[in-house]
Design a protein around this ligand. Structure first.
Ligand SMILES: [Zn+2]
Length: 569
């Protein structure tokens, strides 16, 4: 095997003038105008994410300020440094005595700045300007910033400062306000891919377009990262010479990426709720070297792309237009509702963070996909509930005996009251039908005889503790709020309703809770019992964070209906 030649493309192709600086047109235009009009700032602040070319830009500005031209006769700064004169060459080789570079990350103190401040007083040795390039300037201490500020307020005409930072917000406003600021933008991945293609041609390396696109995407807007990834890809491909072609597959393996067609397969299965098939796909991808985090990212990009297709059918992006995948993606997008896609997005995003933080990312990835597959299967909650009921895996009331399960309501005698009968019906309990209407077996039976909202009825519900009830005899303990006529009113009512004589006696025994109290307790018990329903628990488990807001009879009847109709068939 032939050793790959050591190449550092990032260094070899570091731009030496603004024409070589890709993706920063705005900066170049502004600087060109400033140089042309002779109004060059004393201090520049270059900001942007790592690898976009801040240090490179700083060096080009230093050259532009100091270039004397190939004949050594240039007396003014130029936006097009020649690259061959002594100042240009010495700056490029970092050996110019007048251009000092300092990394504030390692030299943050006031003493380091003091050195600069002292030096500022002296004229440049050889160049037109003394240029101080301070990288990661936000790392300077407060004291150091204060020291620097005095110089920035009244800089000698022969001094220029160029600051670079990835964290502009940490730079004091007092410093910022004295600089001309340039925001270097992330380089667009298409632009980066084109740039890489030209480099590959210069290097006589054959690289598939798909491979370049993958590298450009992975570099996330950083030219430096893109170049070092291309370096790696060349090394991966073998001898890096003319023979081997760098394929998308090589790069995908190198980056731990999955094939997009297979990512689309996986996504389709997830959205169809095919958990086992999806997990098998994930395993294949993983075995082929795909990084679980990259799989999550790809699934997110797929979701994003499909959602965009819904909104704008001509959307371009994750899947190349015209490719087989793009066509399949369009078909899939047509099938999936936006709600399902946005839900997938949220679940995948949550999963992405879990995968990133997990000690075993593949496990977190599996869990996230299982959740998504399950969620995808259940569009409305209704369907979920019905499915759960249909499957025999979960029978109402779990393993408990049929009669026992309805304790909270069954403790009281059954009545015709709908609100109380609802809970037993949920558990498919037959309601006893042999209760004669005129028979008085409970306080509720008496209440049922009263006019709605009548005074007697309200008092029976709220102000009566039932102590004993037999045919013809009722013992009660009225609450202090009960009217004195209550016993008499009750006696008359019973007599007129049943045609029999009734004895109503007042007791000192505590008796049962009032009906109002019972109703309240029954409600709590019912909520509690609903919470224990396997079906309800399954819903709560499958929708993390959900809670029971209300229990309504209507819902209970709707759920009960299919069971009964099916068991009848
Ligand atoms: Zn020059």
């Amino acid at each position: 095997m032939v050793d790959a030649p050591y190449r550092v493309l990032a260094r070899k192709y570091r731009p030496s003038d603004f024409t070589g600086l890709i993706g920063q047109e705005a900066l170049v235009t502004t600087l060109t105008n400033a140089f042309a009009s002779g109004r060059i700032a004393h201090a520049f602040m270059l900001t942007g994410v790592r690898g976009v070319g801040k240090t490179t830009t700083a060096r080009i500005i230093a050259r532009a300020l100091n270039c004397i031209g190939p004949d050594g006769k240039r007396t003014e700064p130029t936006i097009h440094p020649c690259g061959v004169c002594e100042p240009c060459v010495s700056i490029a080789e970092s050996r110019s005595v007048d251009v000092q570079e300092m990394d504030a990350a390692s030299r943050t103190g006031i003493d380091d700045i003091r050195e600069i401040i002292e030096g500022v007083r002296y004229a440049p040795v050889a160049a037109r300007y003394k240029v101080y390039i301070i990288d990661e300037v936000h790392m300077l201490s407060r004291q150091a910033f204060n020291g620097l500020l005095k110089t920035l307020e009244e800089p000698p005409p022969h001094v220029k400062f160029i600051f670079a930072t990835t964290e502009i917000r940490k730079v004091p406003v007092t410093v910022l306000s004295r600089c001309q600021r340039f925001d270097l933008r992330r380089i667009d991945s298409a632009e980066l891919a084109t740039y890489l293609a030209t480099l590959a041609e210069k290097e006589a390396v054959k690289v598939e377009d798909g491979a370049l696109a993958l590298i450009a995407r992975a570099a996330e807007g950083s030219a430096r990262d893109a170049l070092s990834l291309l370096d790696q890809a060349i090394a991966h491909a073998g001898d890096g010479g003319d023979g081997d072609r760098i394929t998308a597959e090589t790069v995908r393996r190198m980056l731990g990426l999955a094939d997009r067609g297979r990512v689309l397969d996986l996504f389709e299965k997830l959205m169809a709720g095919k958990v086992q098939e999806a997990l098998a796909d994930l395993k294949d991808l993983y075995d082929a070297g795909a990084d679980p985090l990259a799989v999550m990212q790809d699934l997110l990009e797929t979701t994003h792309f499909l959602t965009r297709l819904k909104v704008a059918p001509a959307a371009q992006g994750f899947f190349d237009g015209g490719s087989g995948e793009a066509k399949r993606a369009a078909e899939l997008a047509a099938k999936l509702p936006v709600a399902a896609l946005t839900r997938a997005w949220q679940m995948l995003l949550k999963g992405l963070f879990e995968v990133r933080d997990a000690t075993r990312p593949i496990l977190a990835c599996e869990m996230a996909l299982i959740r998504l597959a399950y969620a995808s299967e259940l569009p409305p909650t209704e369907k979920l509930v019905r499915d759960l009921l249909d499957s025999n895996a979960i029978s109402p009331r779990g393993g408990e005996g049929k009669g026992e399960g309805v304790k909270p309501s069954a403790a009281r005698p059954s009545t015709s009251s709908a609100s109380i009968a609802a809970a037993p019906r949920l558990a498919a309990q037959p309601v006893p039908a042999d209760v004669p209407t005129a028979s008085i077996r409970s306080l509720q039976d008496i209440v049922a005889l009263c006019e709605p909202r009548s005074e007697l009825r309200v008092n029976l519900e709220h102000n009566v503790h039932l102590v004993r009830l037999e045919q013809g005899l009722i013992e009660i303990r009225p609450t202090p709020k009960a009217p004195r006529t209550l016993a008499n009113d009750l006696q008359q009512k019973l007599r007129s309703a049943t045609g029999e004589r009734w004895t109503v006696s007042i007791s000192n025994e505590a008796g049962a809770l009032t009906l109002a109290e019972q109703k309240k307790a029954a409600h709590s018990a019912r909520l509690e019992s609903v919470m224990q329903e396997p079906m309800v628990r399954a819903v709560l488990d499958r929708f993390p964070g959900s809670e029971i807001v209300a229990v309504r009879d209507k819902a209970a009847e709707d759920i009960a209906a299919p069971i009964q109709s099916e068991s009848d068939e």
